[in-house]
Design a protein around this ligand. Structure first.
Ligand code: XMP
Length: 331
């Protein structure tokens, strides 16, 4: 029988068997998957685990703070936060191809984890990291079953996109992967997380892709463009929450068409700004999705606020494509 308890018992045993006394790091994103994976590994091997939160500059407003406040407070997990904004921006400079961007982001994540692993070992005494040996041998990832399938790793290999935690890994990876959620769907992961005591705001959080806003800027990723998208995204999220739509909507990517400009008028003047796309979708497991028939008045408020408050954006458009043929994210 499938129960969250059984999954936890099985995975705790499997994790202990896999890692033994070794040290483990886990990339924490603040999302459901990595948080539940971290909580499972912590249940299994306790202080042998250190979580690494990578601030890659592709985050939405408030995300670093949320991880520190909610997750660490609830679980007491060892956490290292790394400010790697410059590193990711530099690596992404000049690239606008979606798969290239995904691969770069995936590669840089791993490099950061390698750096973090070295630092953790060097500072081992201070942080009272437990575990034998001088090396961090294992990397935990919150890979889910749909990630495996859609990156071409599962049966019926599809290879639609390189999800950063599956397809984007470098060949010379120095870690052995621990992926306790690899057979689970999102709703099952949420059930496991609740059973493990992961705080509700994290367990209920809508999905957000590992490559973050980097794959929601269509075109090259720059600091200025990120700032524009971050502001538009924060407005959309605030209004969706205010309208009580968070439960009904699976997620609502806001996408910046950074290489597209259109003419508009504001006050007495002509504008020549960028469009953003709202992509509200309803879904059971992200494998298929339909666009959410959300209230026009909420769309209207979001559109008015974004065009008023984000001067670089002069048009808001609605994506009315299901998956298939569209994917949820634009890249
Ligand atoms: P797509 O765009 O493939 O997205 O329809 C399906 C679901 O997966 C999320 N997504 C990702 N999650 N790493 C992740 O952890 C990734 O690289 C990634 N790419 C897409 C997306 O937000 C949606 O929920």
């Amino acid at each position: 029988d499938w129960t969250a308890d059984n999954v936890i018992a099985d995975q705790v045993a499997a994790i202990r068997a896999q890692v033994g006394d070794a040290r483990v790091i886990c990339g924490l994103s603040g999302g459901v998957d990595s948080s539940v994976a971290a909580a499972l590994v912590q249940r299994a091997v306790g202080d042998q685990l250190t979580c690494v939160f990578v601030d890659h500059g592709l985050l939405r407003e408030g995300e670093v703070e949320q991880v520190e406040r909610d997750f660490v407070a609830a679980t007491g997990v060892n956490l290292v936060v790394r400010d790697e904004r410059k590193r990711f921006l530099d690596a992404l400079e000049g690239h606008s191809d979606p798969e290239t961007k995904r691969k770069i982001i995936g590669r840089e994540f791993i490099r950061v984890f390698e750096d973090a692993a070295r630092d953790i070992v060097a500072e081992g005494h201070e942080h009272a990291v437990h575990g034998e040996g001088s090396e961090v041998k294992f990397l935990v990832q919150g890979t889910l079953y749909p990630d495996v399938v859609e990156s071409g790793g599962g049966e019926g290999a599809a290879n639609i996109k390189s999800h950063h935690n599956v397809g984007g890994l470098p060949d010379d990876l120095q870690f052995e992967l621990v992926e306790p959620l690899r057979t689970l769907f999102k709703d099952e992961v949420r059930a496991v997380g609740r059973e493990l005591g992961v705080p509700e705001p994290i367990v209920a959080r809508q999905p957000f892709p590992g490559p973050g806003l980097g794959i929601r800027i269509i075109g090259e990723v720059t600091a200025e463009r990120l700032e524009v998208l971050r502001r538009a995204d924060a407005i959309a999220r605030e209004e969706l929450t205010k309208a009580g739509l968070d439960g009904e909507i699976w997620q609502c990517p806001v996408v910046l068409l950074a290489d597209v400009r259109s003419v508009g008028v504001q006050g007495d003047g002509r504008t020549y700004g960028h469009p953003v796309v709202l992509r509200p979708v309803s879904s059971e497991d992200a494998m298929t999705a339909d666009w959410t028939r959300m209230p026009y008045d909420v769309l209207s408020v979001i559109s008015t606020r974004i065009t008023n408050e984000v001067s670089e954006v002069n048009r808001v458009v609605l994506d009315v494509t299901s998956k298939p043929p569209g994917t949820i994210e634009w890249e």
